[in-house]
Design a protein around this ligand. Sequence first.
Ligand code: NAD
Length: 495
Amino acid sequence: MTVQDLAANYLSTGRIDGLPDGHFIGGRFTSASDRKMESFDPARAEAFAEFSLGTEADMDTAIEAAEKAAKDWARALPSERCRILNNVARVFHENADRLAVLEVLDSGKTLAEAQGDVQSSARLFEYYAGAADKLDGRSVNLGPDLTAFTVREPVGVTGHIIPWNYPTSTFARGVAPALAAGCSVVAKPAETTPFTALVMAELLSEAGVPDGLVNVVTGLGSDVGAKLARDPRIKQLTFTGSVTTGVNVAQTAAPNVTRLTLELGGKSPLVAFEDADPEKVADGAYWAIFSNSGQICSAGSRLILHKSLRDEVLAILTERASNLKVGHGLKNPDMGAINSDLHLGRIKAHVDAAKARGANILTGGDVTTDPDTGKGWFFQPTIIADLRANDPAVQDEIFGPVLSVQNFETEDEAVELANGTEFGLMASVYTRDTGRAMRVAHALDSGQVSVNDYWAGGLELPFGGNKKSGYGREKGWEGLDAYTKVKAITISNAS
Ligand code: NAD
C-alpha cells in the first residue's frame, strides 16, 4: 500500500491494522498484558489502539535480555556492526510509509513532518554505520621508555527514555550510536506515542540486529521509566523530556553513578538586527515556532527584534500565522495537532495567564479543532508582542505554537535578552554583518547557533543544551561519547 492508501484507509475507518500490543524483548513481541492503555489520535481526540502497560518485572526481563546480548555485540567485528546498521537504514527506507503514518497517529504531526522524521532516522543509522569501524583511540608520546595509547570501549547496557514530540527520530538518535559503539539498548517510549519504537525494534531485528540487543517496554514513566533509571545494570541513561522529569531521573540514577545525557527543552531566541531582510526574518520565525506545532525543544519560541524591524516583520508574520491551516496530519495541513489533551491544557493555561496580564496578542490565543471534523486537540498559531524580559511568556517553555516577541535597540541589549532565560539550547542570529554575526554567535550561551536560517544544521552536528536545557550531546561524532568509555593503556618498554 502507498502512503496515500494507508492514510485514506485510516481516515475512512479510524483503524490501522497490525499494531503490536506487547513489548519487544529478546527479539520478539511478548504477549499483550492484561493491563492496557489506550492510544489516542490527537487530531480526532479518539482512541485508535491499545498498548500494554509494562510492569517492573517486564523491565527487569528486558534489561536481562540486553545484558546478555551486550557481551557478544561488544566483541563483534566493527565491520559487522557497520554492515548491520546499514541494513537497518535500508529496512527503514523500505518501511518508511507505514512508520510515517504511525508517527502521525501517535504524535499528531503532519505527514510531511513525519516523513522527514523517518528519513532522518534512517540517515542516523547510515551515519553511525559509518562510525562503527572508525572508533579509534590515539597513541600518546610519553618518551622512548613507554608505549601509550587509548581505546574506546562500549559502556554496556544503555537506557533510553523517549519523549512524545519526536518519537521516531529521538529513538534513532540514541539507539544508532549506542549500537555502533557496541552497546545494547532498553528503550521506553512516552505514554502517548508507544508504537513507532515497537515497530522500529521489530525492523531492527529484521535487519539483522541480534536478539536482545534492542528491547522496548511500553508503560508509565513513573513506573517502568523509573525502574529503568534506577537499575544498576544500566550504564548510560539518555533522557529527553521536561526539566522536572529530567531532574527526577538524574536523582533516581545518582546512587548508581549512572552516566547521563539530559536533553530538556528550551526557550530559544531568534535575534534579528536592523540590517536583516524583514521577509527572511519573518519566514525564519514562522518555521521556527510553527513547525511541529511548536512542540520542539529547540523551537524558536522567542523573537527578539530590533525596534526598526518590529512593525514590518510582525505584520508579515501575523498575516501568515492567521492564514495557517490546521487539520488532521494525514491530510498534510500547514500545522498538525497538539499531542495530548493534557498538553493542550498546559498551553492554554500559559496563554490565558498572558491574557490576564493584559498581553498584546496579535493573533490566535485559543484552542481550536480540525475544521473538517470539529474534532481534535489543536491550538491556534499565536503571537504575543512587546513582552518584557521577565514576563512568564518569555521565561517559561510553553511547548506549543506560541511566539513571544521582545524588542531591542543595541547589540548588548539583544545578547542580554537572548541569554536571559534559564535555558540554553538553540539560538539564531539574522544580520548581513558577518562580524556582528560572529560576535553575537560567540556571546550566546546555547548549544547551537544558526545564522540567517533558523533550522540550518544537520544530524552530522552535535546537538544538546547548556544551562537547564541539559548536558551531553547527541548526533554528530560527539553523539558517540555517551556510549563509549575511554581507557588509557601504558606499556613499559624496559627490557
Ligand atoms: P516528561 O518529561 O514527563 O516525559 C518524557 C519521558 O519521560 C516520557 O517517556 C515519560 O514516560 C518519561 N517519564 C516520566 N516520568 C518519569 C520518571 N519518573 N522516571 C523515568 N521516566 C519518566 O514530559 P511530558 O510530561 O510528556 O511533557 C511535559 C513537558 O516536557 C512539556 O511541556 C515540554 O516542556 C517538555 N518536553 C520536552 C521535550 C524535549 O524534546 N526536550 C519533549 C517532550 C516534552
